[in-house]
Design a protein around this ligand. Structure first.
Ligand code: ADP
Length: 265
């Protein structure tokens, strides 16, 4: 008599005295590859500024030793590269924390209008430096969700900073908060926050992968503007933790809309 079983990727064939076990390890291989890719990416992202810093140290010790103007310039560049490494380490820690907490439901009740107000206050200086106008529309009454106030503020900060960084040509970013009695995306009463820019937009080929760690639509531009490539990955995990949805709509030459949909308490 021969019996076969196959449960959750683990299989067994029993033929009397002979028992053969087999396991589908495709998902294990995939997880291993993802981990290896992540380590390779982190190493590359850290090594690039480090190589630059080491190169400048060598130049300062040698040819530029007595050149005061070159020394100031190189020190400034080194400071910028060190700041980039610092941002990357900060984002890696945030990502690891939000990945760990993804299965733990937040318990506080928070007012989204207040969180958006305080986010706007903190990013306004950056917008002013970029010559951009920041506007917001929201209902008069508080909009209450169950959530983690700091993490939600991080979501909106990342989205608005991205809009200021990549869409400054559009001159304005609008933040819109609306509510509905039933949103099909979360099948519950919901709040929608839309971050709307009028920048260059994003090529549709990039949209499905944009929330992956280290994925950038334009790597050169992102690095030049100080991006770590982790901002949207962090956003995605926080939104998942809140049982929400993140939507990206973008049209080349028209701008982008990033929508966060959260179930309301
Ligand atoms: P980064 O640190 O590179 O900004 P993110 O994960 O925050 O990483 O964003 C990923 C990529 O998405 C960016 O490198 C950029 O190419 C693109 N992007 C994000 N927001 C916008 C936007 N508002 N307009 C155009 N491109 C954007």
């Amino acid at each position: 008599e021969v019996t076969c079983r196959y449960v959750n990727g683990i299989g067994a064939v029993n033929a009397g005295a002979l028992l053969i076990c087999f396991q589908d390890i495709t998902h294990l291989e995939q997880a291993g590859k993802m981990r290896r890719d992540f380590v390779a990416n982190v190493s590359h992202e850290l090594r690039t500024p480090l190589t630059a810093i080491m190169g400048f140290i060598e130049t300062l010790r040698g040819p530029a030793r007595d050149d005061a103007a070159a020394r100031d310039r190189f020190l400034q560049i080194m400071e910028g590269e060190a700041a980039r490494m610092n941002r990357l380490v900060g984002d890696l820690l945030s990502l690891s924390r939000v990945e760990d907490e993804e299965r733990i439901r937040p318990r506080e009740t928070v007012d989204l209008t207040g969180i958006l107000d305080s986010t706007l206050r903190s990013v306004r200086p950056l917008a002013e430096d970029a010559g951009m106008e920041l506007t917001m529309s929201a209902p008069d009454d508080p909009v209450i969700v169950t959530g983690d106030a700091d993490q939600l503020q991080q979501v909106f900060t990342n989205l608005i900073v991205n809009a200021i960084t990549y869409a400054s040509s559009g001159k304005s970013v609008h933040l819109e908060l609306t509510t509905s009695e039933r949103d099909p995306a979360v099948r519950a009463p919901a709040a929608r926050v839309r971050v709307i820019d009028k920048g260059p937009g994003i090529d549709p080929v990039h949209l499905p992968r944009l929330t992956e760690r280290f994925y950038r639509a334009d790597s050169h531009r992102s690095r030049e503007l100080g991006g770590t490539g982790l901002g949207l990955a962090i956003v995605k995990h926080i939104v998942n933790r809140h049982r929400g949805r993140l939507r990206l709509d973008s049209e080349l030459g028209e701008g982008s809309v990033f929508t966060v949909i959260l179930p309301r308490s």
